[in-house]
Design a protein around this ligand. Sequence first.
Ligand SMILES: [Zn+2]
Length: 489
Amino acid sequence: MGTGHQLRLYNSLGRRLEDFVPSASVTGVYSCGPTVYGFPHLGNMRAYVFADTLRRALRWKGIDVRHVINITDVGHAVADTDTGEDKLEVAAARERRSVDDIAAFYTGAFMNDVEALNILPAHEYPRASAFVGQMIEFAAKLEAGGFTYRLPSGLYVDTSKSPGYGALAQIDVEGQREAAGVEQAEGRRRKTDFALWRAEQPGQRRVMRWDSPWGPGAPGWHLECSVMSIALLGPHFDIHTGGVDHRELHHVNEIAQSEAYLGDGKPWVRYWLHNEFLQLGDEKMAKSAGGAPRLADITDAGYHPMAYRLFLLGGHYRSQLRFSTAGLDAAQATLRRLASRIQLRPLPPAETLTAAVSHAGGDTAAARMLDQIDEAIASDLATPRILAVLQDALRDPALSLNGRRAVIAAADSLLGLGLAALQPRQVDSRPAASGLSPEQLHVIERLIAERSQARNARDWARADEIRDELDRLSVIVTDTPNGSIWELR
Ligand SMILES: [Zn+2]
């Protein structure tokens, strides 16, 4: 099958699917990282599982990647305003700890979640506070180029000088600031203008402060990502990722200042990829909402971290996902089923399409499944379809032993569930929150499996009979492209 299907990604710049063609021998990928003033919650981590899926897809296609995720330890103001207090300083005051302690502690918490979710480590995790000198130089160059103006509150980008301002957001720039709920600094000329430097106010003394040509103060949040990405990936790179909440403002501002800084008339970054939110109830999960569950909350309740990863990958990254205990229960049950059926270890290394095909030998059924996997990942990272192929591979009698191993290993290298090492006993059959006994869970699982078999055999009468039986047990079954999921009524 040669190099397989052309990788296509949905580019927010233009809002369309595009062929991804690397512009250099190493593809630069920058992902906006956490502001380390509190624990990351489950919704925050979706962005990094998504970026990891992208990494795995590029690896699958034999594309070398250099991945940078920044750590924002200064500059991110409360409520994303330009003039508000710094989130880190507020957290330090609240917890009666130093800003350095806060940053170190919550960076550690983020890295723990990255590891637990089997996210490939980035090549660099730059801290914003280590790049303030370069941020000042960057801002000074914009000032020298006439792209800025000064106010008592700091140095601002004059967005009227940026010809394509707001193209990424595709919305009326006049409406943009209101939409984002951004508070206006006194004297700002346009609603879209934003701070490069936030100067200390008379009588104010920031904990984190640097001297600058615009007085002592701290950099603006948007500036950080431009400076760190250019410093570590070069002036132009291929892919920038982040949550969809960054598409309307943060990334718009990154583009405006970077293109003004570079001044070469070329688009700064070619592909902008955004993941959708995780919804908790009716609220999007944002850290400021408070009380959103963390990975540690669900692992304490008996869920395996990979059950959460599986839950995420059961949806497409550009679809909103609703977080629920029932959804997590179903993912845990699927994970356990996968772990118990994969008794074919060791799995061969199959991180690339080429390697997977060579491990499949001449097995034509396996080759067909590998082609389905390749087509799915190439179609804007369609992970639900890969999960479906994985489940087929576990029961298709046409596969040879080596063929089956190759397909499982290939799916796992893209999904990152760590199936090669996962033992069924590591996946609790009764997470605390589900309230079911192991016996009850076993009965439900067995009925679900029998119903799937009946459906595969097109025995609709039997499938309906089993559904009625499940109904009596208060189990609601929903059929999805990647198998049946169930929840308790
Ligand atoms: Zn950013």
